[in-house]
Write a protein that binds this ligand. Structure first.
Ligand code: SF4
Length: 349
């Protein structure tokens, strides 16, 4: 070693890489862009094969010594009805999950932002054991990279709806977005990225003030009144529904954008006629779409999944109240491909 620590490539933006290359080898943006392109565009982790690096064997040798990629390893891949779940074992042995969902013209990867979660939502598998730790930038980027490697350019959308609360790991999530958005690399457009929060006020404010406005914001709502939401989602006690709505009404939403509200339907708990009425009332004056997700019970879950008939009945109640809904198919139910539904096999193993 030359006294300099190894660089974890997935941890760096292209600009940061250029700074490091200049500091270490007197190279700069040109080589950084070439390495980025080779790694993320050609999907080849051996960046010594990037043309401008391969042409300089001395540089290639130094890069081989100084660079590495540490983001965990996919140890399990399961497919059901086109939905693919990846389990990744991280360097410290913790496990996280990500899910690739097939859409009409593309695929979307749902990524995790933390190992566990401290929000404690009652219906959620991830939150059961609390928060173990935040994911590093490389561990977030690695999930998107693995999905792109598996599905190619069809993989165009990223949603932060997997394990963890993204705004509880704000800086790493935003930096990972910077990396996956870079046009020299994975080139995932900001308008194709959605960050979902359970309602962390500070995160929403920061995101509104400084976050790239093209990124979409989703709210994990799951209840239509404070009593029920506080019971299902303890975060509601610090940001009750009216305060959440006030915050969203002041959010600088771009033209033609809307808030995506995730609503996990738990039969007999949050899917009664009065809930449809309350939800419709709550969403008035908020440009919104509701993503209705059938609850997907994990082991020892206190709730059950809705039947097809119950799902239809609640959807019809909402439609009659003019709620703009987007019902997610139950495909992949067994793979638990929904926010708050990942993590049953996760970090304890
Ligand atoms: S639903 Fe989301 S915010 Fe709530 S505990 Fe689960 S992962 Fe955390």
């Amino acid at each position: 070693m030359n006294g300099l620590i190894q660089m974890n490539l997935f941890e760096l933006t292209c600009q940061e890489l250029a700074v490091e290359l200049r500091r270490r080898y007197g190279k700069g943006s040109y080589h950084a862009a070439a390495i980025f392109r080779h790694l993320y565009h050609e999907l080849d982790a051996d960046v010594s094969r990037a043309p401008s690096v391969a042409a300089a064997p001395h540089l290639a040798a130094r890069l081989a010594r100084d660079l590495h990629i540490a983001c965990g390893r996919v140890v399990l891949e399961k497919e059901q009805a086109g939905v693919v779940k990846f389990v990744t074992r991280l360097e410290d042995g913790a496990q996280i999950e990500s899910v690739v969902l097939p859409m009409v013209h593309h695929r979307t990867v749902c990524v995790s932002s933390q190992v566990g979660c401290r929000m404690g939502c009652r219906f959620c598998e991830t939150g059961k054991n609390g928060l173990a730790r935040n994911l590093e930038v490389a561990e977030i980027v690695g999930q998107v990279y693995a999905a792109r490697k598996r599905f190619g350019p069809e993989l165009r959308n990223v949603v932060f709806m997997g394990m963890g609360e993204p705004f509880d790991n704000y800086d790493n999530v935003l930096k990972a977005i910077d990396v996956i958005n870079d046009q020299r690399g994975l080139d995932i457009a900001l308008r194709r990225i959605t960050v979902s929060t359970a309602g962390l006020a500070e995160g929403i404010r920061k995101f509104a003030a400084a976050g790239p406005p093209l990124i979409k914001l989703a709210i994990s709502l799951n209840a239509s009144n404070d009593r029920l939401r506080s019971e299902l989602m303890p975060i509601n006690r610090s940001l009750p529904l009216d305060k959440l709505k006030t915050l969203l009404r002041s959010y600088p939403l771009k033209k033609k954008y809307y808030f995506l509200f995730a609503y996990v339907q738990i039969p007999g708990v949050n899917d009664q006629p009065e809930h449809a009425v309350q939800l419709a009332h709550y969403l008035e004056q908020l440009p919104s779409k509701v993503n209705l997700i059938p609850f997907n019970p994990g082991p020892n879950s206190p709730y059950r999944a809705p039947s097809e008939k119950e799902s239809e009945r609640f959807r019809d109640l909402l439609i009659r109240r003019r709620v703009n809904i987007q019902q997610r198919s139950t495909r992949g139910r067994e793979l638990m491909a929904a926010c708050g539904q990942l993590g049953s096999t996760a970090y304890s193993q």
